[in-house]
Ligand binder design. Structure first.
Ligand code: C5P
Length: 235
């Protein structure tokens, strides 16, 4: 998978997305999440692809294996580069997701990479223990889910930069570690609790970084993107 910084298009309309992307004059790797996909539907994927960009479709599927398999079969036809599920759905669900992707990928096209969300970065250890009744540390739960994702055939996980090193130890260098929560030094953390710079992410073993507001809300998004790219340095 290419390792350009992934720009999170956390916008709700086609118009906003097109205006934003028109500021760039190179092929990008962008993330479309629930907000945009639920408003605009699959047509937004075609528009972005036709502009020449790669897409991470971040819908975090979580349902019974049969439903996830059928959903993935449909998503595989969209020609995106990366999709994801929740590891909490279990090994059977993750395996079914992969089967759906393999079955749904049109001949001659590459299967989208499939990664799993471990614990959401918005979940605290206290909340995990009290609400999910998981009586370990948050880190131990993240590693457990990463290992489960690996043994279920996933290509990697979404995780925080601060977890990337441990996941690398447990699951290897080639297992993708896609890390959001990226900020430039001195930038606003917004609602993210644990943020890291692109160069620190690289040091910690992130294989891809997801950058939203540090680029989308910058005064000059293309300059910010260039800075992120330079610090990340992995292309
Ligand atoms: O604006 P910011 O860089 O914080 O955006 C990060 C993006 O990554 C958002 O789209 C957010 O939903 C997503 N994300 C995250 N933490 C996760 C998974 C996804 O911040 N654990």
């Amino acid at each position: 998978m290419n390792n350009k910084p992934i720009i999170a298009l956390d916008m709700s309309s086609k118009i906003e997305v097109i205006e934003f992307l028109e500021q760039f004059h190179e092929p990008l790797f962008v993330k479309v999440g629930m907000e945009l996909f639920y408003q605009e539907g699959p047509s937004i994927i075609k528009i972005i692809k036709d502009m020449g960009h790669d897409i991470f479709l971040d819908l975090k599927l979580y349902d019974i294996p049969n439903t996830v398999k059928s959903a993935m079969k449909g998503l595989a036809k969209l020609g995106v580069t990366l999709v994801n599920v929740h590891a909490a759905g279990g090994s059977k669900m993750m395996e079914a997701a992969m089967e759906g992707l393999v079955e749904g990928t049109p001949e001659g096209q590459e299967r989208p990479f499939l990664i799993a969300v471990t614990q959401l970065t918005s979940t605290t250890e206290e909340q995990m223990q009290q609400e999910q009744n998981i009586m370990t540390s948050l880190d131990a739960s993240v590693i457990n889910y990463a290992m489960l994702a690996k043994s279920s055939g996933m290509d990697g996980v979404v995780c925080s930069v601060l977890e990337a090193k441990e996941i690398e130890k447990a699951c290897g260098k080639d297992f993708y570690k896609v890390t959001p929560g990226i900020r430039l030094a001195g930038g606003d953390a917004h609602d993210q609790k644990r943020v890291a710079t692109p160069d620190y992410a690289r040091e910690q073993g992130s294989t891809q970084i997801v950058v939203g507001r540090a680029i989308t809300q910058a005064e000059n998004p293309s300059t910010s993107y260039a800075t992120v790219k330079q610090l990340w340095g992995g292309i």
